[in-house]
Each structure stands twice: as structure tokens, then as C-alpha cells.
Design a protein around this ligand. Structure first.
Ligand SMILES: C[S@@+](CC[C@H](N)C(=O)[O-])C[C@H]1O[C@@H](n2cnc3c(N)ncnc32)[C@H](O)[C@@H]1O
Length: 314
């Protein structure tokens, strides 16, 4: 992230969530996102020609359509699994790490009444979001606690404890869209800290970039077109200032998590992302892209069997 600026990628996610509602993509309905857009963003999502352009673009570049579906699926996954964990594990604390422009507190008053929700994010991103919330008259829920943090420089446990987090309450963590932007020791540190902190257990829903995607990109034939596309993408990414740092090795994942005190409950790679929801809930959008979506559960949560839990690796 560029010094002093909020995250660009989090604003992009908010824009795509608003766009998805207008485009009637059923995977995830963020009905609040549009209210958080700036005037330009609102104009774009309200123009019919945006959707004609989107349809043409998706026909030419189906990978972009898959990527949009994956962004929506990861949000749906985190909240569906949260609801399951509330029912099965008695989860009553919800921590959103790198929350970006997440709108859970305003979309789900039904769940907010039964949860304490900690929204953690980089101070610059959180300040920008809170300023926009105030502008739009969206009031914080009494059970919602904002916690500014830089994961690379501050202790997650200290920040949470300082804001009233209760380690004895079973906790669910949503860590979508963040791991790849952080150095691997920081990612590992967060998993370890959460396990150490949550004495009654923690479940973490997160997404990660698969090292196999990196290998594939390296071995793909380097035509003039792909070189050009990569150069443009690289320049855009440098300008955004949010480069990728971490890819996780799929084969080594169970062992890595085992060493940190977790079991993998769900790991959606490739086709499994399309099978998480029934076809009617996908609405013709098949989630793709190089990021996998996973759920891990700390062993401190106890050994209760999880009815219906699935590992979707393929
Ligand atoms: C792509 S957004 C993800 C937003 C949202 N969680 C989602 O699922 O779409 C990445 C988020 O990570 C946050 N982030 C990146 N680096 C961070 C850091 N060092 N400390 C705290 N937050 C960070 C950004 O502020 C941003 O909100």
C-alpha cells in the first residue's frame, strides 16, 4: 500500500460488489456497497452501457468473469461458514482482518445482535472508509469495534485485547483478500498469534495464492501479446502499490497448518470453487482465478465432529 493512502484494491472490491448487485449475479449480494461508492463509481454502476461493455469483455476474456465470481464467492464463503460456526461451535466473536470496505454490520443486523464484531484494517484504509460511512449516514452498530492495525508492524493480540476481545469466546475470523499482500512470516505470525490468543478456539476463513499458478505463469509461452499484457499489468500493479508477496504451496499446506495447531476443514481449489454453491446460486458465473479459498480450525476448539464439513480439494 502506498504511504498515507488507503488500499486501492479494497475500493476496487467494493466497486465490483456494487456492480454485481446491479448485474444480478446471485453469488453474493452486497446491497450496501453502492452507497459507499464515490460519485464517479455510482455513475458507472448506474449506466446501462457499463453492463453491455462488461458482457462483451467477459466474452473476450472469460478469465475476468471467473475472477469476479471468485471475489464474490470468497465473501459468500466466509459468511456462510460464519453462520455454520455460530450454530455448531457457539461462535460469538467475528474478526474481520483487512476488512476493507466490508459492509457486514449494515447488511446483517440479524447476526450482529448475536456477535461482537472486530473490524481490523490498515489505519489509512479504515480512516477512508469511516469518513465515507459518516458522509453517508451509516451509523456504527453498538457491537462493532474498529481496530486500526498494520499487520507488518503491530501485534494482533495486543491490538485485539486492548479493544476488549475476549479470548475465552469461540471466534471466527474472515481473512479474505489479504494474505498475498503480506510477507510470509507475517502471514504465519497471524495464524500463530490467533491460535495462541483464542483459548476457546478459532476458525479462520481465508484465501491464498497457489504456488502452482506462479509456476504455470512462468511456463506459459511468451508471445508478444502475453509479454505486453504482463508489462501493462506490472506497471498498473506498481502504480497501485499493493504487490503480491506470498504464495502457498498446496502440497505442503496440511503439514504447515498442523505445525501451527490447525486442521484444514475446507480447501477449495480449481473446480471445487464451482461446486461450493449449487448452479442456481452461481447464475452462470464460474469462480476461477489463481486464489484458493480455505477454512482452518484450531485444535483448541475441541474435537467435536463437524457434520457435513467437506474438503473440496481437486
Ligand atoms: C483486497 S483488500 C481485501 C478487502 C476485503 N477483506 C475483501 O475480502 O475483499 C486488502 C485489504 O488488506 C489490507 N491490508 C493490506 N496490507 C495491510 C497491512 N500491512 N496491515 C493491515 N491491513 C492491510 C488493506 O488495507 C485492504 O483493506
Amino acid at each position: 500500500m502506498r504511504e498515507g493512502k488507503g488500499s486501492f484494491t479494497s475500493r476496487a472490491v467494493m466497486f465490483f460488489r456494487a456492480l454485481a448487485v446491479r448485474a444480478e449475479i446471485p453469488i453474493f449480494k452486497d446491497t450496501i456497497a453502492e452507497q459507499l461508492l464515490n460519485a464517479r463509481g455510482r455513475r458507472i454502476v448506474n449506466r446501462p452501457r457499463t453492463y453491455r461493455f462488461m458482457a462483451r469483455l467477459f466474452r473476450r476474456r472469460p478469465r475476468l468473469k471467473q475472477l469476479l465470481a471468485a471475489l464474490l464467492l470468497r465473501a459468500r464463503f466466509a459468511e456462510d461458514e460464519l453462520v455454520r460456526a455460530m450454530e455448531r461451535e457457539g461462535v460469538r466473536q467475528y474478526v474481520i482482518l483487512g476488512a476493507g470496505w466490508d459492509t457486514f454490520a449494515w447488511r446483517r443486523p440479524d447476526l450482529m445482535a448475536r456477535l461482537r464484531v472486530f473490524e481490523l484494517d490498515h489505519p489509512a484504509t479504515q480512516a477512508a472508509k469511516r469518513a465515507r460511512l459518516a458522509e453517508r449516514g451509516l451509523i456504527d452498530h453498538p457491537n462493532q469495534i474498529f481496530v486500526p492495525i498494520d499487520f507488518t508492524a503491530q501485534s494482533l493480540s495486543e491490538r485485539l485485547l486492548a479493544e476488549g476481545f475476549d479470548p475465552a469466546v469461540p471466534t471466527f475470523v474472515n481473512w479474505m483478500g489479504v494474505t498475498y499482500y503480506l510477507p510470509k512470516p507475517v502471514v504465519e505470525g497471524v495464524f500463530r498469534e490467533l491460535d495462541g490468543l483464542c483459548s476457546s478456539g478459532v476458525m479462520i476463513a481465508f484465501d491464498y495464492m497457489d504456488t502452482r499458478v506462479l509456476e504455470l505463469t512462468k511456463t506459459r509461452p511468451k508471445t508478444v501479446g502475453t509479454r505486453l499484457r504482463r508489462a501493462v499489468a506490472g506497471a498498473v500493479w506498481r502504480r497501485i502499490g499493493e504487490p503480491f508477496h506470498t504464495w502457498l504451496d498446496l502440497d505442503g499446506l496440511p503439514q504447515w497448518f498442523d505445525g501451527m495447531g490447525y486442521d484444514i476443514q475446507i480447501n477449495l481449489t480449481r473446480r471445487a470453487k464451482c461446486e461450493y454453491l449449487p448452479p442456481e446460486a452461481l447464475g452462470g458465473y464460474e469462480p476461477g482465478g489463481g486464489m484458493n479459498i480455505a477454512l482452518v480450525r484450531s485444535r483448541s476448539m475441541g474435537t467435536a465432529a463437524l457434520p457435513g464439513s467437506a474438503t473440496g480439494q481437486n
